[in-house]
Design a protein around this ligand. Structure first.
Ligand SMILES: Nc1ncnc2c1ncn2[C@@H]1O[C@H](COP(=O)(O)OP(=O)(O)O)[C@@H](O)[C@H]1O
Ligand SMILES: [Mg+2]
Length: 279
């Protein structure tokens, strides 16, 4: 299977682990040795995410969400288990090959935007292209910024942008290499609810219009309600995995004033645990 075959192929199927799963993990564990004590953080996670899905991962603080995201993002290797990314077994790649896969196939968005302070929006988005030795950098970076609605902010520094706009620059940077998937770890965590919705709107558009597979971690059931599938993990295990019956469209519905009531419904549906477990 070649690195460039990112979607919907029928030939070469023998080399593919499963049909169109972009992420296919089998019984993944992750343990850390802390002196004499072994800390089992992921305890056997099996999960498939298909091309074009828009998935949120929820769970209490410390449940292993970021650890899972780091493995899904090929930033870290599992202790045991298998991971097929776009049909390719990445659980046994060395660091150099892992970095190449990561670079080519995955766009990352973080809670703290991770932008360079004295660098324009355009330049920030050109950087992954420079790193990859890609051509037409200015054109491609401009297109990525346009796709997140920032075509009028190309020359702005982060300090000249709102939080929501900064996160959109980070999304454009994640997109510019045309990754097979976007992974975002609490991308709305540092934003007020209006900016959070602005960012959700972008993720929804990218998913809907460009079919970009998106997985992100959120603590906010209201945000999760805007995705198509919610996976809940607790204490290193998946405890729920549900399709969202009618995902909300970002910006169309206000967070209701009876938010607590709504949250109660989701807590029951998605968590099934006690309130104090969740932060
Ligand atoms: N590098 C590490 N070494 C040791 N323990 C770690 C390491 N990374 C994470 N952990 C532990 O793994 C557990 C899950 O962490 P994490 O995946 O960050 O949780 P979450 O993102 O759900 O809040 C925590 O108990 C954390 O302390
Ligand atoms: Mg985390």
């Amino acid at each position: 299977m070649t690195e460039s075959s990112l979607s919907g192929h029928t030939n070469g199927a023998a080399a593919m682990h499963t049909g169109s799963a972009v992420m296919d993990i089998h019984d993944i564990t992750k343990s850390y040795q802390m002196g004499q004590v072994t800390l089992d953080v992921l305890k056997g996670i099996t999960l498939q995410i298909q091309h074009g899905e828009f998935v949120s991962i929820m769970g209490p603080s410390g449940s292993g969400k970021s650890t899972l995201m780091n493995i899904l993002g090929a930033l870290d290797q599992p202790t045991s288990g298998e991971y097929f990314l776009d049909g390719q077994d990445v659980s046994r790649l060395n660091e150099r090959d892992l970095a190449r896969v990561r670079n080519k196939k995955i766009g990352f968005v973080f809670q703290s935007f991770n932008l360079l302070k004295r660098t324009s929006a355009l330049r920030q988005v050109e950087l992954p292209l420079i790193y990859n030795g890609a051509g037409e950098r200015r054109k491609r970076a401009t297109a990525a910024l346009t796709s997140v609605g920032l075509e009028a902010r190309l020359d702005h520094l982060p300090s000249e942008l709102s939080g929501g706009q900064q996160q959109r620059v980070a999304i454009a940077r994640a997109l510019v290499n045309e990754p097979a998937l976007i992974l975002a770890d609490e991308p709305t965590g540092n934003l007020d609810s209006r900016s959070g919705m602005e960012v959700m709107q972008i993720f929804q558009e990218l998913n809907r219009d460009q079919g970009i597979t998106t997985v992100f971690v959120t603590h906010d059931p209201w945000i999760a309600r805007h995705t198509n599938r919610v996976i809940t993990i607790r204490d290193g295990n998946i405890v729920a995995d549900r399709q969202v019956a009618e995902p909300l469209v970002a910006g169309e519905s206000e967070r209701p004033s009876e938010a607590e009531e709504l949250e109660g419904i989701f807590r029951e549906a998605y968590y099934g645990g006690s309130e104090e477990e969740y932060t």
